[in-house]
Design a protein around this ligand. Structure first.
Ligand code: NAG
Ligand code: CU
Length: 505
């Protein structure tokens, strides 16, 4: 019974949360002096709070949000991926990754950022997501990324920029132009090199990596020597190289020592032009499938939206749309939430999602039972625990253990990566200034359902009247009034806009 009441509690909680969200996003004027904005924000918190214990909590939350916002503005820095600068929002949030969490190799002309194994970051992420890693490649305008292969399967999504990638296999080369939104599969062990062929824009590629020899671990192999890394050929002895290439070994080694740059090198305009040709469709496909599905890229941004209204759009590339995703069982999706809009609260039935903010600012909220358990246990003698467990540590099957959900909250901006585990209800809210654009990799996508908890077709509205009454312990009419009020599907007006709307009335 206690479990059935939770949806209602969830709604109540939600309305409180939405109020605090709007406090956070409201009045964002980028031109205003951050200090002035901070004190204004604080005064606003004071004005809006009334005496009483609950309000005290809200006041504290509100003030903390002002402070966070101020610190973020103070530290705002360049436009690189993932965004650098800014005080970290939550050091102990196991689902959110910012710049500082990436292991980064920076060079003059580009950089590679990789997240550590997810299980290193959080004990709650030890499942199949741990077979994957997430990485960024960023190449400056008019550069060349040296040929290499890795012992991992790769799915690439071009986040921004224009490039061209070449895939080398024993049976030939395939070169493919890249533009933003392109999704590409690179089979393990394929040697690739690429160029950024734009004069101004960085080429940014998000990579989902599935290592194949050691779970969660992979290595790059560079055949061409550079300052860093050097060529793997240098691991072989001189006699072996001489015999293999039928040339003097010092000549070979001299060749391998010529490249003095690191893994991304500058290219001239002519070189870029010479390498920028049409897609080479003719050659042998690297895909063992025939027909349509042998195409080796697909554009995510050009897919027809699966959900769309004035508050946002969702586009998807599923394994059935693009066969190269099939064996990894991964979908790629793109949510473009209109400024001031939000996504419904929903959960994925099976898939675990790695999302990266492509553009814009906003907020993530998610309900997580794991963190709530942790903080209960962490507090040692918290009241719930003493009441629930009666002091016995080994109380197996103790029914009075209270199930709670902690609010996981993260401020989103360009380059932030976040994980949404299956079953966890979550929502995204776009700021009032800009659309929030999020690219997602969904792992374990077969037979996954996106289950809406609000808006049209939400699961509460599908219950029989009697079941509603039993579940909520209120007349069905009252339940229906709440769960059927919002007739939009998937994307809604956000908390901030709604408040503005009220103010206008
Ligand atoms: C997101 O939506 C906005 C507004 O419709 C549009 O201008 C923008 O190009 C979209 N982003 C992408 C990557 O399609
Ligand atoms: Cu959780």
């Amino acid at each position: 019974m206690a479990q059935m009441i939770k949806p209602l509690a969830f709604f109540l909680l939600l309305s409180v949360l939405l109020l605090s969200v709007s406090a956070f996003i409201n009045h964002h004027d980028p031109r205003q002096d951050p200090k002035k904005e901070y004190s204004e924000c604080q005064r606003k918190c004071q004005r809006e709070s009334e005496p009483g214990r609950r309000q005290q909590q809200e006041l504290e939350d509100c003030q903390r949000q002002c402070k966070d916002k101020y610190e973020e503005r103070q530290g705002k820095g360049g436009d690189s991926y993932p965004i650098t600068g800014g005080e970290s929002q939550q050091d102990n949030n196991p689902y959110v990754f910012e710049d500082k969490h990436f292991e980064t190799i920076s060079t003059q002309h580009g950089r590679l950022g990789m997240l550590p194994k997810f299980s290193d970051h959080s004990p709650h992420l030890r499942g199949f997501i741990n077979a994957f890693r997430f990485a960024f490649l960023e190449a400056n305008p008019q550069t060349f990324v040296l040929p290499h292969h890795i012992d991992a399967e790769l799915i690439l999504v071009v986040v921004q920029g224009r490039g061209r990638i070449s895939l080398l296999r024993p049976d030939g080369r395939q070169s493919v132009n890249l533009r933003k939104g392109d999704v590409l599969r690179v089979p393990a062990g394929t040697t690739v090199y690429l160029i950024n062929r734009d004069n101004n824009e960085k080429l940014v590629i998000a990579k989902l990596v599935q290592p194949i020899s050691t779970p969660g671990e992979f290595q790059p192999f560079f055949g061409v020597g550079a300052k860093n890394p050097e060529s793997f050929l240098k691991a072989f002895s001189g006699e072996i190289l001489e015999a293999a290439y039928q040339q003097k070994s010092d000549k070979i080694l001299r060749l391998l020592d010529q490249q003095k740059a690191e893994f991304v090198v500058k290219a001239s305009e002519e070189q870029i032009r010479a390498l920028s040709q049409k897609d080479e469709e003719g050659g042998k496909s690297i895909w063992p499938f025939g027909g349509e599905s042998s195409r080796n890229k697909i554009n995510l941004f050009k897919q027809r939206p699966v959900e769309s209204n004035e508050f946002g759009e969702l586009r998807e590339v599923n394994p059935s749309d693009f066969r190269p995703l099939e064996d990894l069982d991964v979908s790629v999706s793109f949510a473009n939430i209109t400024k001031g809009g939000m996504s419904t609260i929903f959960f994925n039935s099976k898939s675990i999602k790695i999302s990266v903010v492509r553009n814009g600012e906003g907020l993530l909220q998610m309900a997580c039972p794991h963190l709530a358990q942790e903080s209960q246990q962490g507090q040692g003698g918290s009241q719930e625990r003493q009441r629930g467990r009666g002091g016995s540590q080994e109380g197996q099957g103790d029914l009075q253990e209270q199930v709670k959900y902690e609010k996981v909250e993260a401020r989103l901006r360009q380059g932030v990566v976040f994980i949404t585990p299956p079953g966890h209800p979550s929502t995204l809210v776009a700021s009032n200034n800009q659309n929030l654009e999020v690219i997602c990799f969904e792992i374990n996508t077969r037979d996954n359902d996106k289950t809406p908890l609000a808006g049209k077709n939400n699961i509460f509205s599908q219950m029989e009247k009697v079941a509603q009454e039993l579940a909520f312990n209120r007349p069905s009419r009252e339940v229906e009034e709440i769960v059927r009020a919002n007739n939009n599907e998937w994307f809604f007006k956000g908390p901030n806009q709604q408040q503005q709307g009220r103010a206008l009335e």
